[in-house]
Design a protein around this ligand. Structure first.
Ligand code: GAR
Length: 195
């Protein structure tokens, strides 16, 4: 059974989708939900499900990213995860941190990578007049939002879409895609999932 640590920054809907899927014959189980924000709503939701939680407030460390990451690493190392899932985790991690989990850290990003790495993905897709949007699960490497793609799901951009409506449609697909990718990945299969 693979051990999974999940990192969140906010509501944690992707975290919940993953946690709910990790039951029964699933090859993995959640061992930790950690956040850089002690107020992240997802922490309470994870704790209510009986999952150990940890908060390491990045603001305490100012610009000292190495000190933040050292503190974040403590609860993670203590639960000895096989896989790390970034699930709405909004801090950029250093090459050193990423390197510790080479080939076993995943992220979900709300665009059809390589299009629109970084922030404001939906606004950028709308501004470009794209006919399709979507989400991508990828392996995390030192380059932001650029690691090998493990899954992608597409949704149409509809007439009258604004950022919020498009985000909602993409998020619904995130909740299907990420569990499908993790299930496959945890069983040792890195073949991309396309929805
Ligand atoms: C999701 O849309 C996720 O793809 C995005 O933040 C949202 C988190 O929602 N992640 C990023 O933008 C990563 N750079 P959630 O907390 O409800 O899962």
């Amino acid at each position: 059974m693979k051990r999974v640590a999940l990192l969140i920054s906010g509501g944690g809907s992707n975290m919940l989708a993953l946690v709910r899927d990790m039951a029964g014959d699933h090859p993995a189980r959640p061992v930790l939900v950690a956040s850089n924000d002690p107020a992240a709503a997802g922490l309470g939701k994870a704790a209510a499900l009986g999952i150990p939680v940890a908060a390491v407030d990045h603001r305490v460390f100012g610009k000292d990213r190495a000190a933040f990451e050292a503190a974040l690493l403590e609860p993670i190392a203590a639960c000895a995860p096989d896989i790390i899932c970034l699930a709405g985790f909004m801090r950029v991690l250093s090459p050193d941190f990423v390197g510790r989990f080479k080939g076993r850290m995943l992220n979900i990003h709300p665009s059809l990578l390589p299009k629109y790495p970084g922030l404001h993905t939906h606004a950028r897709a709308l501004a470009a007049g794209d006919a399709e949007a979507g989400c991508t699960v990828h392996e995390v490497t030192a380059d932001l939002d650029a690691g090998p793609i493990l899954g992608q799901a597409r949704v149409p951009v509809l007439a009258g879409d604004d950022e919020a409506r498009l985000a909602e449609r993409v998020l619904a697909m995130e909740h299907r895609l990420y569990p499908a990718v993790l299930r496959r990945f945890a069983s040792g299969n890195r073949t991309p999932v396309f929805l």
